[in-house]
Design a protein around this ligand. Sequence first.
Ligand code: NDP
Length: 480
Amino acid sequence: MAGMKFDYAPAPESRAIVDLKSSYGLFIGGEFVDSRDGRPFKTISPASEEVLAEITEAGPQDVDRAVAAARSAFESTWSGMRPADRAKYLYRVARIIQERARELAVLESLDNGKPIRESRDVDIPLVAAHFFYYAGWADKLSYAGFGPDPRPLGVAGQIIPWNFPLLMLAWKIAPALAAGNTVVLKPAETTPLTALVFAEICQQAGIPPGVVNIVTGAGDTGRTLVEHPGVDKVAFTGSTEVGRMIAKSVAGTGKKVTLELGGKAANIIFDDAPIDQAVEGIVNGIFFNQGHVCCAGSRLLVQESVYDDVLASLKRRLTTLRVGDPLDKNTDIGAINSAAQLARIRELSEVGEQEGAERWSPPCELPDRGFWFPPTVFTGVSQAHRIAREEIFGPVLSVLTFRTPDEAVEKANNTPYGLSAGVWTDKGSRILSIAAQLRAGVVWANTFNRFDPSAPFGGYKESGYGREGGRHGLEAYLDV
Ligand code: NDP
C-alpha cells in the first residue's frame, strides 16, 4: 500500500507571526512583574529541544500577591460590576483571540508540539468559542437554573495541564469570570507561553487589573496555590494522582473543588458499523494530539466478526499518517510534549510487550532531535494487562475483542476511570441502550473527540468530579 501514498512537499507555517520575548514575568494585578521568591526556568520546543523563552517560577510570596490581587479585584470591581459589562469584556477577549488566532496557534504548536493543523483548526477556534459562549451567560445567570440571584464564589485557583494549554485555560477562566469570580491560574511547567500571551490579551481587552492573574511554575507553585487560604475554589485538570492529593489537601477547608482527571476510554465497534468511518474515528480517538487526551479512545473494543477487517483497514490507514514537524501543515502526529512523558509512554509500551501483547507500528522515520513516538497498536491485549488499565497518554492503542453487546459493556466499564466512551453501530436503538449502560461522563455515537462549549464534560469514578462546559459548567463557579 505504501506505493499508493502521495509524497508531500513540506508546507511549514511561518514562525514570524510570533513575537517571542526572551523572558517572561508573572502576570499579577494587571501587569507583568518579577518574581520575589522564585527561580527562572526554561520552556523548550519538544520538537527540537530548542529553548523558546525563560519563564519565571512563582514562589509562595508571588502566589500570595496574586491571590491578594484577585481578592481585591473581586471585591472592588468584578463581582459588583453590571453583568452585561462583564459580558462585554468576555466578548472582547473572544474577538481578540480570533484576531490573534494564527499567532496563538503557532505559539501553541511551538511550545506543546501538537500539529499546527490541530492548534489552528481545533484548539484556538474552541478557545474563542468558549469565551463567546460564556460571555452570553454573564448577564443571564438568574436563568441558569441555580436560583434567582446566584452569587460568585470569590477567588478561583486554577491549575491546568500541558495537553491543551490554551483550551484548558479557556475552560477554566471563561465560566469563572462570567459568574463573577476572579482567578489565579497556573499553566503547566512545559507549556506556559500561550497563557502568558493570554495575559497580554487581558491587558488589550482592558480587563480590570487583578481579575486574571497568571502564575507560572511547576508542581510546587500549584500546591502553594491550592493550599492558599485566600482561595475559595480550586479547579484542576491533570493526573488522578495529583487530583487525589488536591482532594485531600482541600478536605475540611470549605473550598469548593472540581477535578477533571484521567481516562481509559473504550471505543466500541459493532459489526454493523460503517468500517471506514469507524476507522477514522479510531484514528481521531487515539492519535489526535499524540494521544495526550484525557478522553482518548485508548481501548478499542471490536466485535469479533469484524476484527480482521477493522484491523486491516486501521493498519492501512496508519501507514498514511505523517509524523514530524508540528509547524508543517501536512503533519498528523507531532512531538510528545516532554522527555518525561516520552519515558512514560516507552515504559508502558515495553510492559505491554513483556505481558504478551503484540506490538505494531507503521514504518515511520522519526526526527533525530526532540521527543517522538510512532503511532502504535497493541493486539492480543487482555483486560488484566497494564496497557488496558493504565492511562498511557500517548499514541498507543490497546485492542480487545467482544462477542455480544453485554460483553462489550462489561469490558468497557471494567476500568477505574469513567470519562468518555464511543459507540459505532448502524442501529440507533443500540446506541441508546449501550450509552445508557456505560459509566462514562461523555458517550460519543459514531464520532469521537467532539467538543462544544455548550456540552458539559466530566467524569465518574477516578476521572474526577464536577462538570465543565455548558450551563453545568457555571455551577462550579456559583454559590448554589
Ligand atoms: P500533573 O497532574 O502532574 O499535572 C497537571 C498540573 O498540575 C500541572 O500544571 C502541574 O504542574 C500541576 N501540579 C503538579 N503537582 C501538583 C501539586 N502537588 N499540586 C498542585 N498542582 C500540581 O500531570 P503530569 O504532567 O505529571 O502528567 C502525568 C500523567 O498524568 C500523564 O502521563 C497522564 O497520564 C496524566 N495526565 C492527564 C491529564 C488529563 O487531562 N487527564 C493531563 C495531564 C496529564 P507541572 O506541569 O509544573 O508539573
